[in-house]
Design a protein around this ligand. Structure first.
Ligand code: AMP
Length: 214
């Protein structure tokens, strides 16, 4: 099964995707996490991606499609894509790759969150550099301030969560990623979910949709 998680930055797609993937036995593939690791490790990919990420712009499609191709072809298993595709050319590239191996996208979950909510959430967002868990002040606090509940590492703020970069990321989302809603709506595989409700309620909706698509 192949599921895509769509939604603006700060919609909670990372949190929901990692839970959904382990619950439904899908491999969670976050292009944002892959790129952040590449930057941290200083690989060629990381060096190329860094300047786009810090400005809140998208990394070029060919780099992203290269990352995805390696994984999809290597494994041939079930995936939950989080943060990919983000442009129409990426979606078309994915369709071509999947066609070649006789597969296709089964479901696109679209987490809907308003612009104001996105700005509020991202300005209070922290992440764990070790295990990638995310936290939000004031709604999703770690038990001990500044410390990750899962692995005990010190929490940090993402470089691209400053107000100016967040505004650019939202603009980029609207211009380049939102057209994917129509792309997948036309294929009748898009399901919208209200992302401004408690995490548990959203999760149970998402899980129900995945179950009824299997
Ligand atoms: P995310 O953690 O998904 O918000 O991604 C963080 C940043 O990584 C984005 O603002 C982009 O610069 C880059 N990025 C992640 N996924 C993609 C993608 N599919 N296409 C282009 N850039 C991406």
């Amino acid at each position: 099964m192949l599921v895509i998680m769509l939604g603006p930055p700060g919609s909670g797609k990372g949190t929901q995707a990692s839970r959904l993937a382990s619950d439904k036995d899908l491999e969670h593939l976050s292009t944002g996490d892959i790129l952040r690791n590449a930057v941290k490790e200083g690989t060629d990919l990381g060096l190329e991606a860094k300047r786009y990420m810090e400005a809140g712009d998208l990394v070029p499609d060919d780099l992203i499609l290269g990352i995805i191709k390696e994984r999809v072809q290597d494994d041939g298993k079930s995936f939950l894509f989080d943060g990919f595709p983000r442009t129409i050319p990426q979606a078309e590239g994915l369709d071509n790759m999947l066609n070649e191996i006789g597969s296709g996208v089964d479901l696109v979950l679209d987490l809907e969150v308003s612009d104001n909510e996105v700005i509020n959430r991202l300005s209070g967002r922290f992440f764990c550099p070790q295990c990638q868990a995310t936290y939000n002040y004031p709604n999703n606090l770690p038990k001990k301030e500044g410390i990750c509940d899962k692995c005990g590492a010190g929490l940090e703020k993402r470089k691209d969560d400053t107000e100016e970069v967040v505004k650019n990321r939202l603009k980029v989302y609207k211009d380049q990623t939102q057209p994917l809603q129509d792309y997948y709506r036309k294929k009748s595989i898009l399901k919208a979910v209200n992302g401004e409700r408690p995490i548990e309620t959203i999760f149970s909706d998402l899980a129900g949709i995945v179950d009824s698509t299997k």
